[in-house]
Write a protein that binds this ligand. Structure first.
Ligand code: NAD
Length: 476
């Protein structure tokens, strides 16, 4: 272990040991946890909201140049501290892979749009000049998941602050330490760049009760939720303007015109990225019968381990459990775990080169229909592309989130894209190309299908305001 790794390990250890007793920091800015001050973190949700409210009054008078200076500082700190947050995230939640989480943080730093995302529209004519400007909402209340905890806090912070908002986070209780580390990072960047503190705030112990206070507080003018169906539904029924980034179950179709060796590798690369935690990751495959054997062969060449149907049924008993109404749901203990560990539960020992479990399945099998968020991939053989499209649309469950296809047939690609209506449609690449990793376009970890903002960025967190000047200012 070199010095840098030792330092990272020590910081992670201290953060994970802490959080037992939080106390107010001397200057009433942040809380002290195990000797470390977390700027922007409060013991009481009402105090956090008040601080964000006051900070927004300062932010709205700051120039775009000052906002950008602060955002540059956030980007630099993310680049420097990505290994700490990646390690912290894996150790606290027990999910994902450190090397992939480092990459996710770096893409947040490099490819989350800042103030350049905000555009003013002008209409000029006989009657004068009218402007439509993108204005901040004020204080935003944000709920963040355990699967991309610090990534979401940082990505939301950059976009929301660039747009002139401050943000109150109620992070997932299972990822609180990692999320608060990110809130502190944003505040350290503010301090360093001369911006006010508390542009991003949170609470030391986020709970459903603190979330309730946040959602109902009159200072919170917009809500943004990144998480599963339950919480998105709750926020969308709040009566406030809300952005909902909900669950997905992205299907992949591979037809007989695809580059099969490449498709096999791309699918396994995407499916195993951060152990399948990203909501955009490949969750089930529909492969044309004529190329299915070859596809499975190339998946195996790229770190996939094929189990038979009996083994698949055994594995269902491990990674699924009975839900409230007797339906099968995921056993969260296995979300984001390594394939090697998952296989061990059914008595199969493999080396570290195995990163994905694959199995052949029928359309109605649980591994096809349930969003697993684990490196387990079911493959369904289909006779033709129309059957594949019908099945894939059903497996996506109307989430309109993400879908993938490997094909060189433009008609097939177009037909599936039209039928599935997803926010993201990736052709001939691993899923992460859809969020800017190896594909064009910006990065985000809040993909708002239900409310239509799509891949959120600064402009998603603005309200349009019109300014009208009659009979003047147009120069032609
Ligand atoms: P989750 O739904 O368990 O939790 C998300 C957040 O909501 C957490 O902060 C949790 O504490 C909170 N929460 C849950 N129920 C709540 C309630 N009734 N009231 C208030 N807060 C509540 O999600 P998770 O397991 O952390 O994340 C995985 C899910 O999120 C998957 O379904 C995944 O697809 C989805 N997700 C979507 C996106 C996207 O951009 N669309 C991104 C990441 C994750």
């Amino acid at each position: 272990m070199n010095i840098q790794e030792k330092e990272i390990a020590e910081i992670v250890r201290k953060v994970l040991e802490g959080m037992g007793g939080a106390s107010a920091a001397p200057a009433d800015q942040g809380v002290v946890i195990d000797g470390k001050t977390y700027l922007g973190v409060f013991n009481d949700m009402n105090d956090a909201i008040e601080a964000a409210y006051q900070a927004q009054k300062v932010l709205r008078d700051m120039s775009y140049e000052q906002r950008e200076k602060m955002i540059s500082c956030i980007r630099r700190l993310i680049m420097e501290e990505a290994p700490i947050m990646a390690k912290l995230g894996v150790e606290e939640t027990g999910m994902g892979r450190v090397e992939h989480k480092i990459l996710k943080h770096r893409y947040v730093a490099m490819k989350t749009p800042g103030t350049e995302d905000l555009h003013t529209e002008a209409i000029s004519g006989d009657k004068g000049l009218t402007l439509h400007e993108m204005a901040p909402y004020g204080v935003i209340g944000a709920i963040t998941p355990s699967t991309n905890p610090s990534e979401t806090v940082l990505c939301n912070s950059i976009g929301m602050i660039a747009a002139g908002n401050t943000v109150v986070f109620n992070p997932h209780p299972g990822a609180v330490k990692t999320s608060l580390y990110a809130v502190d990072l944003v505040n350290r960047a503010a301090k360093e760049s001369g911006a006010p503190l508390n542009l991003a705030v949170s609470v030391a112990k986020p709970t459903l009760a603190t979330s309730d206070i946040m959602v109902k507080h009159p200072y919170i003018k917009m809500l943004c939720c990144t998480g599963g169906p339950g919480v998105v539904k709750m926020l969308l029924s709040s009566g406030k303007k809300a952005i909902g980034a909900g669950a997905g179950n992205p299907p992949v179709i591979v037809d007989d015109t695809a580059d099969i060796p490449k498709a096999g590798k791309d699918i396994i690369d995407g499916c195993t990225f951060d152990n399948n935690l990203p909501c955009i990751a490949e969750k089930e495959v529909f492969a044309l019968q004529s190329i299915a054997d070859e596809l499975i062969y190339y998946m195996q060449q790229n770190g996939a381990y094929l189990i038979n149907r009996d083994q698949m049924l055994q594995l269902e008993k491990v990674v699924l459990k009975d839900g409230k109404n007797g339906e099968k749901v995921i056993n969260k203990a296995w979300v984001g775990k390594d394939a090697k560990l998952i296989l061990k539960q059914i008595g199969i020992d493999v080396g570290d080169e195995i990163r994905c479990v694959i199995c052949e399945a029928q359309e109605q099998d649980h591994f096809v229909q349930i969003e697993l968020m684990m490196p387990i991939l079911a493959i369904v053989r289909v006779p033709d592309v129309d059957t594949a499209i019908d099945m894939a649309v059903r497996a996506e469950h109307g989430n309109r989130h993400t879908a993938h296809m490997h094909s060189k047939n433009i008609e097939n690609l177009t037909k599936f894209a039209k039928a599935v209506e997803t926010t993201i449609f990736v052709k001939n690449a691993p899923s992460y190309a859809g969020i800017g990793v190896g594909g064009e376009g910006h990065c985000t970890f809040t993909i708002a299908g239900p409310t239509g903002e799509g891949l959120t960025s600064a402009r998603s967190f603005t309200r349009r305001r019109r300014c009208v000047m009659v009979d003047s200012l147009h120069i032609v």
